[in-house]
Structure formats: C-alpha cells, structure tokens
Design a protein around this ligand. Structure first.
Ligand SMILES: [Zn+2]
Length: 202
C-alpha cells in the first residue's frame, strides 16, 4: 500500500513552507472530504516531527508529534475522522475527515503513525492485498485484514454452536416423552449421567 499520495502543486507549496529542510515527509494521504466535511479534498502529511493537514480553504494546521500520545479513528455517521489525542488528557483534536472509500488507507495511516509515535518499526501492507471484502464488498479496516462485518457473523455462528452443545444429545435423541425410562415409565427424564447420580443418592 502506498501512503505517498502526490499532492496538488498548491498544497505542495504550502507544505514546503512549513516543513524544514531537515524534515522528511514519511506519509502523505488525500482524503475525499474537506475539513468542513463537504465532498472535496483535504490532505494529511506526516513528517518525522509533525502532522500537517491541508485544505484549500483553510490555512495549514500542524500538530507536533511530541505532543501527541496517539491518533485514533472516530467513526461518525456517514464518515470517519482521525483524531489526535494529547498527553495527560490534553484533549483531542480533529485531524481530517474521510468517507468509507478511504477507510483502508486511513486505517493503515493511523497504525503506522502510532507506531512512529511509539518509535516502533512499521510495515505497510502489500499493494495487492484486497481493500474490500470479497464476500460482502465492505471496505476492510486494513488491506488484507478480516472483514469486520463477516467475522462477527461467523463468530456468532460458532457461539451458537457452542451454546447448542449441551442440547445436542437431546436434539439427536427422540423426545423424552416417547422413550420409557428404566422403570418402563413414560414422561420422566432420560437416564443421562446426572440423573443416574441423583437416583443413587439416599
Ligand atoms: Zn464482508
């Protein structure tokens, strides 16, 4: 996956004015929503020192990585946003908004920037890993990851199987009322282990 979108010349100029010569741009990504959440474009660039957010309508916003504890994704109605969380409950600040179409790219950006903040090695997923679920078409949280919509469905299915386990023998056997017990009486419990134990109790 590439997190080095080419910015329009105007945005590159703004970025050039902000970013020092000793700074290198690590990641650059375009969003499909403006900073006032309309369809359009805004851009996020991450250097080794800061995050810069650009939008043609507004002056660039910069955020020092040193002051950021982590960035996280906020799922909103119809869109998502990246949020920067400051140290020591320093509050949260909106970075950039985007629609479902950009979900996989921004999920990766969020992860690698957090790894950068924690000074960990980052690895970008392969370019050809799928960005959308092959089964239901939903955008994946990260390229090549499990589908958040399909996986819970499978989990629920296996959980139901688990819950059905104690009843399985009963489900497979005929109804208890149809089987005479050891005394030849109908309508009593099947002689499974518990009942046998109970019966031997004084
Ligand atoms: Zn799916």
């Amino acid at each position: 996956m590439k997190l080095n979108t080419k910015f329009p010349v105007s945005e590159m100029q703004k970025l050039g004015e902000l970013v020092g010569k000793d700074e290198s741009i690590r990641y650059a990504l375009a969003s499909d929503l403006t900073l006032d959440r309309r369809f359009g474009q805004s851009f996020i660039a991450v250097t080794d020192k800061r995050i810069v957010v650009l939008d043609h309508a507004e002056s660039p916003r910069t955020f020092d990585l040193e002051k950021i504890k982590e960035i996280r994704i906020d799922e909103l109605f119809g869109s998502s946003r990246l949020v920067a969380v400051g140290h020591d409950g320093d509050g949260e600040r909106s970075l950039i908004y985007y629609t479902r179409a950009c979900v996989p790219e921004f999920a990766v950006l969020c992860r690698v920037v957090n790894e950068q903040i924690r000074k960990q090695e980052s690895e970008l997923p392969e370019e050809d890993d799928p960005a959308y679920c092959a089964r239901c078409g939903a955008p994946l949280p990260e390229r090549g990851s499990n589908c958040p919509l399909c996986v819970p469905r499978l989990k629920v299915f296996f959980r139901l199987l688990e819950l059905a386990k104690p009843y399985r023998t009963r489900l497979l056997l005929p109804d208890r009322h149809d089987v005479p017990d050891h005394r030849g009486q109908y309508g009593t419990a099947l002689p499974h282990q518990d009942d046998r134990r109970r019966r031997h109790r004084p």
